[in-house]
Design a binder for this molecule. Structure first.
Ligand SMILES: [Zn+2]
Length: 270
């Protein structure tokens, strides 16, 4: 009898100092757990006195053992989860983030990238070229071309191990590009998301015509054929009949329609 009591005392004391929970404790934790980082913090505080060395992952595991099942598909990100993620992203591993948020690591990464682009202040907002394609439909190859031409400022992105060394472009840089080269994107037809993320409302109404230059072989021999085309057209050279780059390398624009009829022949500057 005495031996049995001692044994159960030993068990109790071992349980008390182990971060492992009994099944009953797991069920209690599961009832109090809702998958949010706040509920983990709360439970961690609550159980730490009894379970020294307790970690967040012990709480999430206990909740799962106790019957908690995250409803990932239907669970929307809350404001406090967003704030928590932005704060802890760079200090926690993918596994820790996934355990803390009760969401798959891939979903967290994807959400984080989206979050950075919309939550940061306009000056800090940066976008990967893939994010710019998603927002505007303009292909990363074209964005890289703008960077090569010196039309678009880019950086290596924030010092962020997960963002790697991918090219990052600020919303300010995109605005500067569109101001200098409005033919790049029909920004008046952009989605609401793009409008908000890139601050497109700050741009003036686009001009109606651009001056493009045909550099096909026959036209190049003449130093290129410059001609006017509607601002978003994929223009065809009136001299040689070939498709010409939609970009105005001359960065020349006109608002007035009548000037667009100017003939290419009269206008052979490169
Ligand atoms: Zn031509």
């Amino acid at each position: 009898m005495e031996a049995a009591m001692n044994a159960s005392k030993r068990d109790a004391s071992r349980a008390a100092f182990s971060p492992v929970f009994s099944i009953d404790e797991c069920r209690r934790i599961a009832r109090a757990y809702d998958g949010s980082p706040q509920s983990i913090d709360r439970l961690l505080t609550q159980w730490s006195a009894q379970k020294p060395g307790l970690k967040r992952r012990h709480i999430t595991r206990a909740a799962q053992r106790g019957g908690y099942r995250p409803d990932i598909a239907r669970r929307r990100w809350t404001e406090s989860e967003n704030a928590w993620l932005l704060q802890h992203w760079s200090s926690l591993s993918d596994t820790e983030l996934a355990a803390a948020l009760g969401r798959p690591a891939g979903a967290i990464q994807q959400h984080y990238r989206r979050l950075r682009s919309t939550v940061a202040s306009p000056a800090e907002r940066t976008f990967s070229l893939g994010a710019l394609r998603r927002l505007t439909g303009v292909d990363p190859r074209e964005w890289r071309d703008f960077i090569r031409r010196g039309w678009l400022e880019s950086g290596g992105g924030p010092r962020d191990r997960k963002a790697g060394r991918a090219v990052q472009v600020s919303a300010e840089a995109v605005l500067a590009l569109l101001q200098a080269h409005p033919e790049v994107l029909n920004y008046e037809r952009a989605t609401d998301e793009a409008r908000l993320a890139l601050n497109l409302a700050r741009l003036p109404a686009p001009p109606r015509f651009k001056r493009v230059t045909c550099r096909s072989r026959p036209c190049r021999q003449q130093g290129g054929t410059a001609f006017w085309a509607p601002i978003y057209a994929a223009p065809r050279c009136p001299r040689c009949g070939r498709l010409t780059s939609r970009l105005s390398t001359l960065a020349q624009y006109r608002v007035q329609a009548e000037n667009a009829a100017e003939s290419a022949a009269a206008d052979r500057s490169p």
